[in-house]
Design a protein around this ligand. Structure first.
Ligand code: MN
Length: 462
């Protein structure tokens, strides 16, 4: 079936052009002025902004953490994503130590297959390094998993420096992309132990930011980037949260290293004052790692984003209900870490950065769609409105206004950290590969996600 979206403002990383968009089946057939209407269902999108479907390369759906499972599985998580204009997610498959990468990939295919409402891919997490894992990397790559993840914190996940180095050398040769969670786990554990000694009667969420200071993110970023310098491997710093961390990235770039940076809406629009609130649910609802930072970090990250120093804004969506978060009422270390956000990313960026001219529309498209599609090997199938690309399209009404509320979210978290945030504009409609997937806030049952077999990361094109 053919559809002609007529008279909209079509956005790309280069800005906005007035053009019609012709959809034929799952693909965009043409983008241009005055396209012929014959044989097509015509939809008037005058005064609307047409954006390439957003790509969220950092989600955790159906993940077992801290003795519980995330509130969102692939069904609720991807419906929440779609409603927020995200047509593709890349989730983190994660083996237990001793298990093969292959078994973890199979497990994640089972979690998502038949359930996902939007398109999806997987990164593979490396939680140990040995000959077996090394051999399996190529198998991952040829099966469409061309990005990996490593942790420098969390006892069950972290890699020691020597293993980080060995893995980086292999990933370099594979020309895959690696994202790293940078925090100094040892010193964080020491700070938590100190806190426990001083407060034997319990530690509330106010200890959370104190136990994970920005300096320990910066230290880990600096260490990783020096190891990556020796391994001669490009790296992606995921969920960058601090100005001190950004400074380490700048230093490495000044040495000539290729460093990619991801940040998240929570580090751009929220700050650590929330941890000191009396209401446990409010504070616990924002416990995540790295923690929310100071107002000055927030401002510095927005500035870095505006200068093009940050390539992607993804969400790290990892949702738990207030009941799940209550497991840490007496001890903040038992609060399952993470917050919901997959539904609100696009509208938050438009409302808080584009409307006030901190970012151009082109810059927003780059960090939400174009750059993640390029870095994660989906370009130009995803991330752009052009002939031959998947017809993943967000129709944004810049004139609408709304207020974000937890009650309105499709995420099973049951709350949003952005409660009461006013939005400028609203997502009016979302197409997923040519199928109307969201209309006026309702996700259609027709929306069916597919696994995206990803290819080579395009480091040089972001
Ligand atoms: Mn994460």
């Amino acid at each position: 079936m053919k559809r002609l979206l007529k008279g909209g403002a079509v956005a790309s990383g280069n800005g906005v052009l007035r053009a019609d968009v012709l959809i034929d089946g799952e693909k965009i057939a043409a983008v241009g002025l005055n396209l012929p209407e014959e044989g097509a269902q015509v939809e008037d999108v005058t005064e609307k902004l047409l954006l390439p479907g957003f790509v969220d390369a950092h989600t955790h759906f159906d993940l077992d953490v801290a003795g519980t499972t995330t509130a969102d599985d692939f069904a609720s998580g991807t419906r929440s994503a779609l409603r927020g204009g995200t047509t593709t997610v890349v989730d983190f498959a994660c083996p237990n130590r001793g298990d093969s990468l292959r078994s973890a990939l199979d497990a994640w295919h089972k979690k998502a297959g038949g359930k996902a409402a939007c398109d999806y891919g997987f990164h593979m997490t490396l939680v140990e390094w040995n000959e077996k894992v090394k051999k399996e990397l190529l198998h991952m790559y040829v099966n469409g998993v061309t990005s990996f993840k490593m942790y420098m914190t969390y006892p069950a996940l972290r890699m020691e420096d020597a293993d980080l180095f060995r893995a980086l050398e292999e990933i370099r040769d594979l020309r895959a992309l690696v994202g790293v969670h940078c925090e100094n786990g040892d010193v964080i554990d020491a700070l938590i132990a100190q806190g426990r000694e001083k407060s034997p009667n319990g530690m509330g969420p106010a200890f959370h930011p104190l136990s994970r200071p920005a300096a320990l993110e910066a230290e880990a970023i600096g260490r990783l980037l020096r190891i990556a310098q020796v391994a001669n491997c490009p790296v992606n710093i995921v969920h960058l949260s601090s100005e001190a961390g950004m400074d380490e990235v700048r230093a490495a770039r000044n040495r000539g290293q290729r460093v990619l940076v991801e940040t998240c809406p929570q580090y751009l629009f929220l700050d650590d004052s929330v941890y000191y609130e009396d209401d446990f649910n409010t504070a616990a609802g924002c416990v995540c790692a790295p923690p929310l930072r100071e107002e000055s970090d927030r401002a510095a990250l927005i500035q870095a984003l505006a200068k093009g120093e940050i390539q992607t804004v993804c969400t790290d969506h990892c949702a738990f209900t207030p009941e799940q978060k209550a497991a840490g009422r007496e001890d903040f270390t038992k609060i399952p870490g993470g917050l919901p956000g997959v539904e609100t990313r696009g509208v938050l960026l438009y409302s808080n950065l584009v409307d006030n001219r901190r970012l151009s529309i082109g810059q927003m498209v780059r960090v939400l769609s174009e750059n993640p599609a390029k870095l994660y090997g989906m370009w130009p199938r995803k991330g752009v409105l052009a002939a031959g690309s998947d017809a993943d399209i967000v129709i944004y009404d810049p004139e609408a206004e709304s207020v974000i509320t937890g009650a309105d979210q499709l995420s099973k978290a049951g709350y949003t950290p952005y409660e009461g945030f006013r939005t400028v504009g609203a997502i009016e409609k979302v197409y997923l590969r040519g199928t109307p997937a969201v209309e006026r806030g309702k996700v259609s049952d027709e929306a069916k996600g597919q696994f995206v077999f990803r290819g080579r990361p395009l480091f040089n094109e972001v």
